[in-house]
Design a protein around this ligand. Structure first.
Ligand SMILES: Nc1ncnc2c1ncn2[C@@H]1O[C@H](COP(=O)(O)OP(=O)(O)OP(=O)(O)O)[C@@H](O)[C@H]1O
Ligand SMILES: [Mg+2]
Length: 440
């Protein structure tokens, strides 16, 4: 039997493929290993002896897994940016003394910084072959960074939150994450939280035991969490989960187990949770509609997909891709004129990739010749953009959406917008919601 001595322990400590960051029960930084210093660019002298609260305040770190652990007395993870512009993921574990109090928090830290020139060429190869397989168009730097991050974190068991406006590709990213992960041969269960009636939520997600309530099936019912065991559960439109179910979901994330309705004993599950929303969850937290603790548990890795108008480099490749796709589908050989291409590239695409795809499909179907030009559009010229719609109803609602979008960026409150347009505040709120421009 070989006994590990201090010297060997130190060798291991400083030669791991991850950083280690240890704090005490008050969040005071006790020590870090060499890999942590290297990946963060922060030396141990700068931080040892300081509390995590202080370091977060001084912007050394934008968040802290240790603080989450100390608060909840349970393992927790957090992604954060460092003052040196690195993006790290820390997974913290509480170590208890014999009185049951936390003595230390041990964090293992991983580098999520995307631009890493050393393995860039290697990764470009991996990324390239992955993307070719997926038919997923990404030319802009913003999207390439997202794909790099996705490939890096796909096999980590942490929760992932995907945000972005409607139609940016949140659903596609979630399923790509599944395919890139070590759970790819296990279930990928997608749940549209907006589509489940509030009263059925709990039984859908967690199931019930034999005869739990009148009308319940005799044999009981599996919940989706149980069905997703070992795989990934994708909670789409997560903001729509009722508050009481949010509490239960938080427990599943923390304890990896739950009680079925009418159940006596806990069911264990090993499920990776991916959530998506086009709402501003922090705003919902402020309004008391979304639990803050759940928000932080979900937001361990945050993938925010920018709207198409903020990554214009993707537009042309997407158009080319959709032209080919729909030419094939409708057995055509159509092309797009140069001038139409530049109009489409400058269009604001409030409905993002989905709107672009629908537009191209419609153009392929409705255009007359093999060269699709501006005249094939039912064109409305704005001051600085063009929007393509065919039905009058669409033209009007698109115009209304554009005006509201500009107003939302110009005025501070919905009350002010209501005053300017001479309508009620409720109307403004309803329309902002309808066009999903509430959270811009
Ligand atoms: N980069 C891309 N390459 C190819 N197709 C894409 C890309 N991004 C999105 N799409 C397509 O655009 C459509 C919308 O994508 P998706 O449904 O994932 O958006 P979403 O963000 O989930 O929208 P919502 O919030 O409305 O659910 C889909 O048909 C998808 O295949
Ligand atoms: Mg979606």
């Amino acid at each position: 039997m070989y006994y590990i001595n201090n010297e060997l322990l130190m060798l291991v400590f400083n030669n791991l493929y991850c950083g280690v960051y240890i704090t005490d029960c008050k969040g005071t930084s006790l020590c870090v290993n060499k890999p942590f210093e290297e990946m963060s660019g922060i030396s141990s002298d700068e931080i040892v002896g300081k509390t995590m609260q202080e370091l977060v305040e001084k912007k050394y770190f934008s968040a802290s897994a240790s603080l989450l652990v100390l608060e909840s007395k349970k393992p927790a993870a957090a992604t954060y940016n460092t003052k040196t512009n690195k993006k790290l993921l820390a997974r913290g574990k509480p170590i208890f003394n014999k009185n049951g109090n936390i003595e230390y928090v041990i964090n293992t830290v991983f580098d999520l910084t995307v631009v890493d020139y050393k393995d860039r060429i290697d990764r470009d190869g991996v990324r390239e072959s992955y993307l070719n397989e997926e038919n997923f168009i990404t030319y802009s730097n913003e999207m390439l960074e997202i794909v790099d991050l996705l490939l890096k974190i796909a096999s980590m068991d942490t929760t992932v939150l995907i945000t972005g406006e409607s139609g940016v590709g949140k659903g596609v990213i979630a399923s790509m994450l599944h395919k890139a992960s070590n759970r790819k041969n296990q279930a990928f269960i997608k749940i549209n939280c907006a589509a489940i009636p509030e009263t059925l939520f709990e039984s859908e997600l967690f199931g019930y035991e034999d005869g739990a309530f009148t009308g319940a099936k005799k044999s009981g019912k599996y919940g989706l969490f149980e069905l997703a065991n070992k795989g990934i559960i994708f909670l789409d439109e997560i903001s729509e989960i009722p508050l009481h179910v949010q509490a239960k979901l938080l427990n599943v994330i923390e304890d990896k187990s739950f009680l079925k309705i009418g159940g006596q004993k806990f069911t264990n599950v090993d499920v990776k949770i991916v959530a998506a929303t086009n709402k501003n969850l922090l705003q919902l937290v402020d309004e008391g509609k979304f639990r803050e603790d759940l928000y932080y548990r979900l937001n361990v890795i945050h993938i925010n997909i920018p709207p198409l108008r903020e990554r214009k480099d993707d537009i042309k490749p997407l158009i080319t891709y959709f032209i080919n796709k729909y030419n094939e589908k409708y057995n055509c050989f159509k092309k797009i004129s140069k001038s139409l291409m530049s109009i489409l590239e400058e269009s604001p695409w409030y409905g993002n990739v989905r709107e672009l795809e629908n537009t191209i499909e419609r153009l392929i179907i409705t255009s007359k010749g093999d060269l699709i030009t501006e005249s094939d559009l039912s064109l409305r010229s704005g001051r600085d953009n063009y929007t393509i719609k065919i039905k009058l109803e669409d033209i009007l609602s698109n115009y209304e959406k554009e005006i509201l979008y500009k107003a939302k960026n110009t005025y501070k409150s919905t009350r002010e917008i209501a005053k300017v347009f001479g309508v009620s505040q409720a109307t403004v709120v309803r329309k902002l919601k309808k066009y999903k421009i509430n959270n811009l």
